[in-house]
Ligand binder design. Structure first.
Ligand SMILES: [Zn+2]
Ligand SMILES: [Zn+2]
Length: 391
């Protein structure tokens, strides 16, 4: 996987950023001082410690800054504040989000430097992500946590889905977290977002510990079945759980194993993470040495070799995805699922560039697939729970 979740332009910017090899100076704690054991807790984020020191925020990659998507002030991709303007039909482009060009003379918000244009409808109605300072996925670097859905709470349904956002194992992409959990909750399926630990302080085994502990925690809290939904690097994490933990004793496996998984533009072949040019980390100097050593564990099995294991799977992949192209990733996984007679559904078409998130029309199939496997209940009532705040 060469680029983490982002639109095509975001991905191109990220790649340039990664190649510049400008490192965010995160001091790596000595191994002995790093808390290795997973202590996943459940509840809203309590941590005020960001992943990166505030003084280093300006070095963050644009797909984490997400100026255009976060907070109440509308900004362009570069972070310039948008100003009220009139569509002149010439300089102003179509709206960046709905891709519609407003009639000449109609009100818009625009950045005069970048020519970024936003229609008033998208400005008013499009859901916003939390500002960086309030984003639970950008805090608590040492505290893995299952974050409850902030606005809706699915009551009465069976089973739980654990959402694992992508972010190249260095960050957690917010649009692959809470919006996915809220979507499932709005259909009566209980869901949590897993904030797992990240590179460079922690490695793949620590992240797997977090997912395993989270699976056991929701099973003991709510009963089964338990599924995980992973996007991009999160998809690699989810798929790796069944591969790397199958040798454990039966009692452990039963509690901590997944009953189903949803992999959305997952990275299956992890070889890019061990490639100096393509690992794609913004904090390259710190992350690359750890990734190189740990990300390839289980690679052969994950790509369909000896030791392949998986629960029933729904996979979503886009033919326009240049970061995790289906031919190199999900096609190989689908072939292995078929060979092992594991039930699976593979949604493969042009959903857009890597990082298309919940768009493209795949979510409806996903919800009915989960419901058919015993998740949620059509009779489940939705309870508005204002007490479960986001940050
Ligand atoms: Zn619009
Ligand atoms: Zn701008």
């Amino acid at each position: 996987m060469k680029k983490p979740s982002a639109s095509a332009s975001m991905a191109a910017k990220l790649q340039r950023y990664a190649r510049s090899k400008v490192a965010v100076a995160v001091k790596r704690a000595p191994k002995s001082k790093v808390k290795r054991r997973s202590h996943v807790t459940l509840g809203p984020c309590k941590s005020t410690q960001p992943l990166v020191k505030r003084s280093r925020f300006s070095w963050l990659p644009p797909w984490i800054h997400l100026y255009a998507e976060r907070g109440s002030v509308h900004r362009c991709w570069e972070g310039h504040r948008l100003k009220k303007d009139r569509q002149d039909g010439r300089v102003h482009r179509e709206c960046i989000f709905c891709e519609k060009k407003q009639d000449s003379g109609s009100s818009i918000l625009a950045c005069r430097i970048c020519k970024w244009t936003l229609c008033t409808r998208c400005a008013d109605e499009r859901p916003r992500l939390p500002p960086l300072r309030d984003d639970p996925l950008f805090h608590g670097p040492t505290q893995p946590r299952l974050l409850p859905v902030s606005r809706l709470n699915a009551a009465g349904g069976n089973g739980t889905v654990i959402i694992c956002p992508g972010g190249n194992y260095e960050f957690l992409v917010p649009q692959e977290g809470m919006p996915a959990a809220e979507l499932l909750a709005s259909h009566g399926i209980r869901a949590y977002v897993l904030r797992y630990r990240l590179l460079p302080k922690y490695d793949l085994q620590d992240m797997l510990d977090d997912l395993e502990a989270a699976t056991a925690l929701v099973r003991s809290t709510h009963g089964g079945p338990v599924a995980a939904m992973g996007f991009s690097a999160g998809g690699h994490l989810v798929a790796s759980l069944s591969i790397q933990r199958q040798s454990k004793t039966k009692s452990r496996t039963a509690k901590q194993a997944l009953d189903a998984q949803v992999l959305v533009y997952p990275c299956i072949d992890a070889s890019d993470w061990a490639h100096e040019e393509w690992c794609g980390f913004s904090n390259w100097k710190e992350c690359y040495p750890v990734a190189k050593e740990t990300m390839l564990v289980g690679r052969e099995a994950l790509c369909g070799g000896d030791g392949f294991a998986a629960p029933p799977t729904l996979m979503v992949a886009s033919t326009a995805d240049e970061a995790s192209p289906p031919k190199e990733h999900t096609d190989r996984y689908a072939k292995a699922l078929r060979r092992h007679a594991i039930p699976y559904t593979y949604l493969r078409r042009d959903f857009g560039a890597h990082g298309f998130g919940l768009s493209g029309g795949w979510t409806k199939r996903c919800i009915s697939w989960l419901q058919n496997r015993g998740f949620g209940s059509t009779a489940a009532s939705l309870v508005v729970d204002g007490a479960e705040g986001g940050a």
